[in-house]
Write a protein that binds this ligand. Structure first.
Ligand code: NAP
Ligand code: HSE
Length: 428
């Protein structure tokens, strides 16, 4: 058997501890599959004495994670600290420069610095792998890089933030308002330390940016994603959507259009009977459409210790086997800068309004939508007690620009109370 592949693990939190558990529990099986043992030489975290439920006494210790990257007894640096800057970035950059292979679960780092890191990895001739960064335990990166490599990808979609899907599912099932379920998610420990990363759609946006780069051979372009969070989704929206046979999901879509690369992460309506409409709680789902394969649906746990460590270990074992894949599916210097297309693809929209209940109010709304180029398909006023009436409009397919123009103009009608709220109805 060949010499062992020696890991240096930076970060011993949820994922890092999970990786150590797998390496220790499945040592023999991994050695058989990889053709060589996988061992741990050294680890790093902030606090050496913290009880992590794992015994790290057999491993070398570094106070500074960057020092792992240059240790003679480390072949692969496994970065599991998180954050797009600071120690995570410094550790990965140093590892690449020192000729070490790198495995990371850090979507923020790749979404912000993926291109420069991929170029550095290519120059150094090292692997940079990140299966765990997108949709946790689902092998979606590997599917795009390998199994689907012969396809021209038309569209990649996904529900990739388990916390948001949990919140939306709970609102639907228990009939609870957003704020109440948000607090429940916090109590259950689902939310990131900064919850806006989850509910603001940023975490899911990081993942979409990474997938789009591989799917379309483009440079990672997180800043070009149109991102909207789930904070404005109300229990009424959930009920109205259900009445029409839809579910509301925080859905990411990346699609190459004639106008350029469209990337959006926003709550939208999807058919309740579609695979995406049926995923519940913290589960993730990624849908890939290729010209030869058709539609491929991948579903599984998007977070948590076991699933995320499973993805990290898949990358580690590939490296132990000597498998080398281009970071984003082709040499980094051949990835093109895609023209961003801001919602070029038209879609019907769901529009929720609160109207003054007086003669001519609906007519003014209809005229304003018409002036913006938005055509009404269905309109419904819900039962109400007071002076205002909840009104729901479903439009014919329209552009995001026309819908934005309508949203800007509607408050000026003098009959719309509060801010109108629009959600795209996605054909999935
Ligand atoms: P975590 O539980 O917060 O653990 C972070 C670890 O990094 C801790 O062990 C911490 O040390 C260590 N650390 C932080 N700053 C450090 C520094 N300056 N020097 C050395 N060590 C430092 O995070 P996690 O949930 O395991 O996530 C790790 C990565 O995986 C992140 O990029 C995350 O986005 C990604 N990810 C996580 C999941 C998930 O389900 N958790 C899923 C997919 C991807 P101490 O323990 O001593 O404080
Ligand atoms: N906060 C993320 C989620 C964790 O809820 O899906 C995994 O990236």
């Amino acid at each position: 058997m060949q010499s062992p592949l020696r890991l240096g693990i930076a970060g011993l939190g949820t994922v890092g501890a999970g990786v150590i558990r797998i390496v220790e529990r499945h040592a023999e099986m991994i050695a058989a599959r990889a053709g060589r043992p996988v061992t741990i030489s050294a680890v790093s975290a902030r606090n050496r004495t913290k009880d992590r439920g794992i015994d790290i006494s057999a491993y070398g210790w570094e106070d500074n994670p960057v020092a792992l990257a240059t240790r003679e007894d480390v072949d692969v640096v496994v970065e599991l600290m998180g954050g797009s800057e600071g120690p995570a970035k410094a550790t990965v950059e140093t590892a690449i420069a020192a000729g070490r292979d790198v495995v990371t679960a850090n979507k923020a780092l790749l979404a912000h610095h993926g291109q420069e890191l991929a170029e550095a990895a290519d120059r150094a001739g090292v692997a940079l792998r990140f299966e765990a960064a997108v949709a946790g335990g689902i092998p979606v990166i590997k599917s795009l890089l390998e199994g689907l490599a012969g396809n021209r990808i038309g569209r990649v979609m996904g529900v990739m933030n388990g916390t948001c899907n949990y919140i939306l599912t709970r609102m639907q099932e228990a009939g609870l308002p957003y704020d109440e379920v948000f607090e429940e998610a916090r109590r259950l420990g689902y939310l990131e330390a900064d919850p806006t990363l989850d509910v603001g759609g940023i975490d899911a946006g990081h993942k979409l940016a990474i997938l789009a780069a591989i799917a379309f051979g483009t440079r990672v372009a997180f800043d070009d994603i149109e991102i909207e969070g789930i904070e404005r989704v109300t229990i009424e929206d959930i009920r109205h959507a259900a009445d029409m046979g839809y579910r509301i999901k925080l859905l990411g879509v990346a699609q190459m259009t004639d106008a350029g690369l469209e990337q959006r992460m926003a709550p939208c309506l999807v058919p309740a009977t579609s695979p995406l409409g049926q995923i519940e709680n913290a589960t993730n789902m990624v849908v890939i459409e290729g010209d030869s394969v058709g539609q491929v649906v991948l579903r599984g746990a998007g977070a948590g210790q076991g699933p995320t460590a499973s993805a990290v270990m898949g990358d580690v074992i590939d490296i132990a086997r000597g498998i080398r894949l281009p970071v984003f599916g082709q040499p980094a210097d051949t990835l093109v800068r895609a023209e961003p297309a801001r919602s070029a693809v038209e879609a019907p929209f769901y529009l929720r309004l609160e109207l003054e209940d007086r003669p001519g109010a609906l007519a003014r709304v209809a005229a304003t939508l018409g002036d913006a180029g938005v055509s009404i398909n269905r309109m419904r006023q819900y039962g109400h007690a007071g002076q205002s009436a909840p009104v729901l409009v479903v439009t014919h397919p329209t552009s995001r620009a026309a819908m934005d123009a309508a949203l800007t103009a509607l408050p000026g009608t003098g009959v719309v109370l509060g801010a109108p709220f629009a959600l795209r109805i996605e054909d999935v």
